[in-house]
Each structure stands twice: as C-alpha cells, then as structure tokens.
Ligand binder design. Sequence first.
Ligand SMILES: Nc1nc2c(ncn2[C@@H]2O[C@H](COP(=O)(O)OP(=O)(O)OP(=O)(O)O)[C@@H](O)[C@H]2O)c(=O)[nH]1
Ligand SMILES: [Mg+2]
Length: 431
Amino acid sequence: MASPSSHPAQPPLEEARAILVGVDFGRSSKAGSTFDATLDELALLAESAGDTPVARVIARRQAPDAALFVGSGKADEIKLLVQAHQAHTVLFDQAISPAQQRNLERVLGVPVADRTALILEIFAARAKSAEGKMQVELARLQYLATRLVRRWSHLERQSGGIGMRGGPGEAQIELDRRMIDERIKTIKEKLKKVERQRSTQQRARARNSVFRVSLVGYTNAGKSTLFNALVKARSYAADQLFATLDTTTRSLYLEQAGASVSLSDTVGFIRDLPHKLVVAFRATLQEAADADLLLHIVDAASPVLDEQMLEVESVLDEIGASPIPQIIVYNKQDMLEEDQRPREPLDWIERPGEGGGAGVRAARVFVSALDGSGLDVLREQIVLAMQSEAAKSATALNFSEPAPDSGVDFDDENLSAEADPDSAANHPTQA
Ligand SMILES: Nc1nc2c(ncn2[C@@H]2O[C@H](COP(=O)(O)OP(=O)(O)OP(=O)(O)O)[C@@H](O)[C@H]2O)c(=O)[nH]1
Ligand SMILES: [Mg+2]
C-alpha cells in the first residue's frame, strides 16, 4: 500500500471503486429517505465520473470535525471499508476543506474527493465548445488553486484532458500555483472576447423575431430526450449527470401554428452547484434567460422532485429568468404506476414568482419523452404561449417600441463575465 506521504497509486482504467460518505447533520426535513436520495445522487455523480460505488457510509453529527470532517471513529470505519473493498477513492457528499482533504488522505491512504470536485471532473470531460471548455477550466483552476489535489480523475486519464494533477512536494505546488494564476488570467481574457461575440450574436437573434423556447430542468430529468423527440434531432442523452453541457438549438415546426420556434437544449441544474461553476456557466445559461418561453422539465418519477424543482427555480431567479413564462413538463410518466398517473393530460399549478415573490400560474403537462405520450398537448401549449406572447407584444408595439436599428438598446460590455446578475443588461429585450 502507498505510504501516506507519497502520491497514492492510480487505479487502472477499468476499475475505480469508490466508497461514498454522507454526513447527516440532522437538517434534512424528511430524515432517512431524503438523505438516502442525496446519496443516490452522489452515486450517480460518481458513476458519471467513471467510478463504481461499492459501499456507503452515513455518519450523524452535530457539526463537521475540524480536522477530519467526520469523527475519528468514523474515519477508522471508512478505512476498514476501503481495505475490505480495495477501494481506490473515497467520495464525500459535502464540501470538505483542503486541510480536511489532506488529513483524510493521510488517514485513509487513498485519494479523497468531494461533490464539488466530482462535478468539476464531469464538466471538464463533457464540455465540447471552446467556450464551455474554457469556462470549466477556469472553474477548475480556481478550485484547484486552493488545494493539493491527489486525485487524478478517472475521466481525465481517459480523455487526457486538461487539469493539474498535483501531489508532489510543496515547492512544486508553489510553482503550480503560480502557473495556475497565470493561466487563470489568460483564460479570463479569452473568455471576455468570446462573450462579447456571443452577445453580438444574441442581439442579432433577438432582432429576428423567432419565438425562442428553452428546455431547462434538473440534471437527468430528460431534457435532451424530450428535445430529440420534439425536433427529431440527436442531442446526447444518457443516464448520466450533466450529459449535456453546451446549448444545442434547432428549429421546431408547429403544425397547429403553421410556424416554427427555436428550441434550445441546455445544461442541467443540480443542488449546491459549486458557486464558481454557476458564475462560469452564467453566460451559457444566459441563453435560457433570453428565451420567450421555458419548458421546465421535471423527472416525475424522482422521489425528490419538489426539491429539484425548487433548486431549478432558484437558479432561474439568480440568472434573471424567473419572469419568463413556463410550462411545467412532468416527464417519465411511463415510469409511474397506473394509479399515480394524472387523470387529465393538463392542469395548472402555482410556481414561485420573481425573488421568491407571489406565485405565478403555469400550465403543467404530463408526458413521456420516451414513448411520446403527451407531446401533442405540449405542442399545443407552446402554440398557446406563443400566441399569448404575440398578443402582448402587439399591445406593447402601440406604445414605445424603439426603432429596430437604434443600436443603443443595450450595451455589450454589461454582458461580460463580470456582469451583475441583477443588472438591467440581463433583460435586454424587455420593453
Ligand atoms: N423511462 C423514461 N426515461 C426517460 C424519459 N425521458 C428521459 N429518460 C431517461 O432519463 C435519462 C436522462 O435523460 P436525458 O435526456 O439525458 O436527461 P437530461 O435532462 O438531458 O440530462 P443532463 O443533460 O444530464 O442534464 C436517460 O437515461 C433517458 O433515457 C422518459 O420519458 N421515460
Ligand atoms: Mg441533456
């Protein structure tokens, strides 16, 4: 076995057995079942990062231990499990500090990672566009700059991707850190340029009056599957978290309206998305925020669908997309028991308003992206939303519509990475 001070041996590609650890601080509302669901999500994250979960440990504490996050007894228990399963890594459901990570690695003898690191690994492996890759690299470097990372991710070894694999002595780390800072600066500058281009494109798109619809929702809810079913495209759909990172847009022809709308598939949301990553992806999500209509896709079979919906609503609020009309799409109806399925194909529910304010009514439709049921009703609702929007802007036109080519309706600079999420620049098309 690797001595504690050396770089722990990297597992061979085909196996990376992981022990999952969650600490219940007694805050989960519906104790037990809910907490288990969060570990289910960690398991799916681990699998999406190429690890195989082999055991779960749940600890109960009032507060995290300063040195080890869990108590020393629990740490011993985890170590026994690591040995019994010949595990290669231990994954924590909560964010652990750099010091806790170091201490844990010393005690357990294998690399330790937390949820944030896992999400970053997945994002790094999945990003496809040049901009997406830069955004992820930036978020990763900012995260790595604060810790000695001993875990050389499974995905990274597969893809030979970007990133730092630390581990060596302090001098090397100091050197790495300086290089990291340099790299961060360069990427920020490049990103600014790309973002300026993007906002010019967005402005052009906003001028041509195609009705824009964005699919949003918790990761794995079925956005890409629904996107493919609607436009008969092939967006990458898989039982993995964050299968989609870059926005894909296609034209969707709606027979009932005799017109086309543009439909965009977007990155999924997840609870406690690392803050840096939220900032990095704001530009991508901004496309969702600029839509005329959001289809909020929900995994109706998830035991924690309420929490997932609230998480999505809170991110939407953060990027200024709360006021955009929504259709709530309860997907995966085929997975429900007969008696759990709704009697009517459509009803109305109340969703939170802007800034958590007064609720707003939204149509809810029940579909299965897999077997295609309910898609007609969904198309009808899109048409209705489009017509009601057209009626609204016709009324607005009678008042003070600026000349379409005034060119001063909003400012490129304000849409750059540092833009304030609450600034008016996030609502460029608002009358
Ligand atoms: N049974 C069932 N499975 C579905 C349905 N829609 C999607 N799925 C499955 O759910 C999983 C996730 O689907 P995706 O379309 O990749 O989900 P997504 O929301 O795009 O996920 P991310 O891009 O990772 O955020 C896949 O295994 C799909 O086959 C459905 O209506 N019924
Ligand atoms: Mg997807």
